[in-house]
Design a protein around this ligand. Structure first.
Ligand SMILES: [Zn+2]
Length: 240
């Protein structure tokens, strides 16, 4: 079905969730008969949604355009980016899901819990080049509060779309470094549209590096004699 809002020579970029809210991230990039989905997250309900466990996007558009869907590509393994995958698979036929590293493992666990087997979960690495319909998909490492977070470069007949995923610039990360060279190279080649998501990006100044966290913990361990109890997000594996 032709999307009435997109001319055949144009690319459509739209969100089914995740804009102006923290949760249920899901972005669609559509060109003619090809549609790529980036992320499939859920939103945890607030105190006004009594009895609701999870909030997921409305998948009607995807159900009505199933034949266009070429792949679901996952930027990183946070619940607001992968949590709705089992619910999506119940309603929409997704030919292949691409994820990397920790995200891949988390999705496998999730599918076993909820949905049973899904045949086509594929791993990508930073050097992967995927050809999906008219799209060429590549990846670059970023730093985020969960390992194996990637930005996604989508080369289309109209131009290059870059989706950063969630990230922060950290020049002394505790895990793998972000690939600034690849980001710079993509920038040099030219980007038609950048989709960027970084907490507090509207504030001037840098976010504190992860290295400061480990130094602070080290100081506490050497100065406290009693028992120490630490709480952290389970997915922040580098801190663990
Ligand atoms: Zn995230």
């Amino acid at each position: 079905m032709q999307n009435q809002l997109i001319n055949s020579s144009e690319i459509g970029i739209f969100a089914l969730g995740g804009l102006g809210e923290v949760g249920k991230n899901m972005y669609c990039i559509e060109y003619q008969n090809d549609l790529i989905i980036v992320d499939s997250g859920l939103l945890f309900p607030d105190e006004y949604l009594m009895g609701i466990d999870y909030v997921i996007p409305d998948y009607t558009y995807l159900i009505e355009n199933q034949e266009k869907i070429k792949a679901l590509v996952i930027s990183h393994g946070h619940e607001d980016h992968i949590g709705a995958i089992p619910f999506l698979l119940k309603q929409v036929r997704i030919p292949v899901i691409y994820a990397s590293g920790l995200s891949l493992g988390l999705i496998k666990n999730k599918l076993e819990d909820y949905h049973g087997l899904y045949a086509n979960l594929q791993e990508y690495t930073e050097t992967s080049v995927l050809k999906l319909g008219e799209f060429k998909i590549e990846f670059f490492r970023t730093n985020h509060s969960i390992p194996d977070s990637f930005g996604i470069k989508m080369t289309t007949p109209v131009g290059v779309i870059v989706h950063t995923g969630d990230f922060k610039f950290d020049f002394s990360p505790t895990g793998t470094e972000a690939n600034f060279h690849k980001m710079a190279q993509i920038g040099q080649e030219g980007v038609l549209c950048l989709l960027s998501d970084s907490t507090n990006s509207e504030l001037e100044d840098f976010t504190t590096s992860e290295m400061v966290v480990s130094e602070t913990i080290k100081d506490l361990f050497t100065s406290i004699n009693g028992r120490i109890i630490i709480a952290t997000f389970a997915s922040n594996v580098h801190r663990v």
